[in-house]
Design a protein around this ligand. Structure first.
Ligand SMILES: Cc1cc2nc3c(=O)[nH]c(=O)nc-3n(C[C@H](O)[C@H](O)[C@H](O)COP(=O)(O)O)c2cc1C
Length: 186
């Protein structure tokens, strides 16, 4: 099974890749999935610019077709997200809105980071969107408060409890991904 670990933040000077690379390495070590690291900066989506509802899959733009292929081949997702103004970054909502069928009946887990909240408010808000896309957000998560205290030379240094939380999250994600595979048509 394929897992896409998606780095959601796209701003210049972002810290997301440090946390994202750690989540990617943790998922590879876990070995429940084939893992792909997806960086929304590299995907390069503009603000949503498709004329038709994504349900139709009548994509007009190459960037959408490329994004569609990335999401289509995944059986599960880990969204690595910051919190902006108590909510998700616009880059994440935008990337979700671009597609529909490609997200359907797939589980999603969250690695969030921020100040005191560890990005939890961002996760709670984006859950409303992912369930509308017929995704299953799973309970197990990694929330990282004051994450910047754990970044050294651009590398995220996890605490033991965060590594444990990542393992629990990935164990659960495997279960949901296995069960949900049967829900998807050809
Ligand atoms: C526009 C903006 C809004 C922010 N709002 C919050 C917030 O509501 N809660 C929080 O914990 N941190 C907030 N922060 C601080 C972020 O946690 C911190 O900048 C973090 O590095 C953002 O992730 P990124 O570097 O991957 O973009 C905000 C940062 C920005 C740029």
């Amino acid at each position: 099974m394929q897992l896409a670990v998606i780095i959601a933040s796209t701003r210049p000077g972002r810290q997301g890749p440090a946390v994202g690379k750690w989540a990617f390495e943790a998922a590879k070590k876990h070995a429940g999935f084939e893992v792909e690291l997806v960086d929304l900066v590299e995907v390069g989506l503009p603000i949503f610019d498709e004329p038709h509802h994504p349900r139709m899959r009548q994509y007009q733009h190459e960037h959408t077709k490329k994004w569609s292929a990335i999401v289509e081949r995944a059986d599960a997702f880990v969204l690595v997200t910051p919190e902006y103004n108590f909510g998700p970054p616009p880059s994440l909502l935008n990337a979700l809105d671009f597609l529909y069928v490609e997200w359907n009946y797939k589980p999603v887990a969250f690695v969030s980071y921020g100040g005191m909240s560890g990005g939890m408010r961002s996760v709670q808000i984006i859950k409303n969107t992912v369930t509308t896309l017929k995704m299953a957000p799973i309970y197990e998560a990694v929330n990282i408060p004051f994450f910047n205290q754990q970044i050294e030379n651009g590398q995220f240094k996890p605490k033991p409890e965060q590594e444990k939380a990542a393992t629990a999250m990935l164990d659960e994600l495997v279960k949901w991904a296995t069960a949900m595979k049967g829900m998807r048509g050809k």
